[in-house]
Design a protein around this ligand. Structure first.
Ligand code: PEP
Ligand code: MG
Length: 591
């Protein structure tokens, strides 16, 4: 039966494929395709792991003390029975043979199918056997990981390769932590659907950076969609169509082809300099999460990196953070890949929806930090760990010997923080000089993402060389809307007069003080806002590489001085979006 689920569109385009349901606890299971020749060996891997678990369970049964409760032996029998059940064993084999899934993936795919069946059972006793099944599968997964000498999370980082000829796969999950999204970055999936999340949650941001269609905040997609269902993701409308009719499929395939053609057309702008009709040069920089993303930045024609979210190097490390050398090598790799173009490295911005250890959004909500978005995150965390902060600064400074490096500080709210940062910078430069390490001038920038920072900008400016406006957080904190919470996503409004007022004054004040100013939040990559930001005087934008071509097209068609003259008084307007559109429509009609 065909049905639709609606959510929040976070990454544009159309994806058509089969659903792969992944529970949050199993995103760290490796998902990759095997080849025809590997099928037999993969089935053997699964069988061997199962036999190993059977031996473990038999041994446990033998070793039960005489006075052990009778239920314990009965439970082990249930586990042994489940272990050999054709519904698990045979169907897992089928996923391997028919879909070419690796053993771990096949096993967790079948677990999803069976878990649904258990959930639908009337009988309480039988329904509760789901937990037993999960434990049995967990044991087999551990045996598979042991056999390869890997932990489950190492296994997830196995290179995931596309297998020609297979149907495209779309990942469906209740929620995915940003760090887990990173593991899917070069994965087999062609689209994402999650129950949880808002437009600028970090999970959504990573999905956007992968340039594949995604819909978040669907609330119940992972409950309604079944393993292997055919699904269409409409990333423009935020709709998910499950088991579409042939007519629907045809219609979406047509749209898919159209957007591929449009993409190819825009890609031709790659080497065209971003200059407005009235000759204003505009910098279009890239936001990256890992050094390897610099390649996509160069390919898209970025003229620098405006935001390197360094925290992704720190996440999921199970307590062991990257040391100075590891960080230095990562920063240097990004700098070298950018071939002399500037690279803006943001100091670690963990906390809120980016915990250091793997944690899903729903787990985060139940964490005991009362209000993580307002807690010890970003620069507050760095300043509470001064030696770690200096270690990161040293790594950034050392990378400056290999190209143009800038350092950017997130979430600043107090001048006291700026003074502490300056002291750390001085100390680090001294330490590097004493150690005979090479470094060059590193410009210091501050992110404007807390209204307090925007309101006291003239006091902050003397401390910095440049400012970068983080609209994702600026909107969150100005409107008191959790950016990751789908329940209030409809109130997360970049067009709010207060947000636009802070943006306009920040750009104007920075320019008046002759400091360079850019926007690196999601607004910068949305062509809907390009004219508005140009009219406000912005000449530097930073966004996901995939967004550069369409923003560049808007820049090439804009007359910046005319737009500036037409800009209505945003603070006085009740509906700034309508006022801006009415004011700018005349300019658009002429082009
Ligand atoms: C922002 O807040 O706009 C920003 C760019 O930083 P992040 O999205 O990583 O919080
Ligand atoms: Mg931010």
């Amino acid at each position: 039966m065909s049905f639709q689920v609606f959510g929040i569109p976070v990454s544009r385009g159309v994806a058509i494929g089969r659903a792969v349901l992944v529970t949050s606890s199993r995103v760290d299971v490796a998902h990759y395709f095997i080849t025809d020749e590997q099928v037999i060996a993969e089935i053997q891997r699964a069988t061997q792991a199962r036999d190993e678990v059977a031996q473990e369970l038999e041994a446990l049964k033998q070793d039960l003390p005489h006075d052990a409760p009778h239920e314990l032996a009965a439970l082990l029998d249930v586990h042994l029975m489940l272990l050999h059940d054709e519904a698990l064993v045979g169907a897992t084999r089928q996923w391997i043979v028919e879909r070419h899934y690796n053993a771990e993936w096949a096993l967790s795919a079948q677990l999803e199918v069976l878990a649904r069946q258990f959930d639908e059972m009337e009988d309480d006793y039988l329904r509760e056997r789901k937990a037993d099944l999960e434990q049995v599968v967990e044991r087999i997964l551990s045996a598979l990981a042991r056999e390869q000498g890997r932990t489950p999370s190492d296994a997830a980082s196995v290179v995931q390769r596309d297998f020609a000829g297979e149907d495209p796969l779309l990942l469906v999950a209740a929620d995915i932590a940003p760090a887990d999204m990173m593991q899917f970055k070069r994965s087999v999936f062609h689209g994402f659907i999650t129950d949880i999340g808002g437009k600028t949650s970090h999970t959504a941001i990573v999905a956007r950076s992968m340039d594949i269609p995604a819909v978040v905040g669907t609330r119940e997609a992972s409950r309604l969609i079944r393993q292997d269902d055919w699904v269409i993701i409409d990333g423009d409308a935020g709709a998910v169509i499950v088991n579409p009719s042939p007519i629907m499929l045809e219609e979406y395939r047509f749209r898919q082809r159209q957007s591929e053609l449009e993409r190819a057309r825009l890609a031709r702008l790659r080497h065209t300099p971003a200059v407005t009709l009235d000759g204003e040069k505009v910098a279009l920089h890239a936001n990256i999460e890992l050094p390897a993303d610099a390649t996509a930045a160069i390919d898209a024609g970025a003229t620098g990196v405006g935001l390197f979210r360094s925290e992704f190097l720190f996440m999921n490390r199970e307590g062991e953070l990257p040391d100075e050398e590891e960080q230095f090598l990562a920063y240097r790799a990004a700098v070298e890949a950018m071939r002399g173009l500037p690279v803006t490295i943001r100091t670690v911005d963990v906390g809120a929806d980016k915990p250091l250890d793997r944690m899903s959004a729903s787990e985060l909500r139940h964490e005991h930090v009362l209000n993580p978005a307002m807690g010890l995150r970003a620069i507050r965390w760095s300043l509470s760990e001064p030696s770690m902060f200096r270690q990161q600064l040293r790594a950034i400074y050392r990378a400056s010997a290999f190209g143009k490096v800038r350092v950017l500080i997130p979430m600043v709210a107090h001048l006291g923080e700026m003074r502490q940062i300056q002291e750390s910078l001085k100390k680090v430069q001294q330490q590097l000089t004493d150690a005979g390490r090479a470094f060059t001038k590193v410009d210091l920038g501050v992110m404007i993402e807390i209204p307090a920072a925007a309101l006291m900008l003239p006091l902050l400016l003397p401390y910095v060389d440049f400012v970068s406006i983080g609209t994702n957080d600026l909107i969150q904190y100005t409107l008191a809307i959790d950016r990751a919470d789908e329940a209030v996503a409809h109130l997360y409004d970049p067009w709010h007069p207060a947000v636009l007022h802070l943006l306009a004054t920040t750009i104007a004040q920075a320019r008046a003080a002759d400091k360079s100013v850019s926007v690196c939040g999601e607004m910068a990559g949305d062509p809907l806002f390009t004219d508005l930001l140009l009219a406000m005087g912005l000449r530097s934008f930073s966004m996901h590489p995939s967004q550069i071509p369409s923003v560049k097209q808007r820049v090439l068609r804009a007359d910046a001085s005319r737009l500036a003259r037409l800009l209505p008084d945003l603070a006085a307007s009740e509906d700034p979006q309508a006022a801006v559109e009415a004011a700018f429509s005349a300019v658009r009609r002429n082009h």
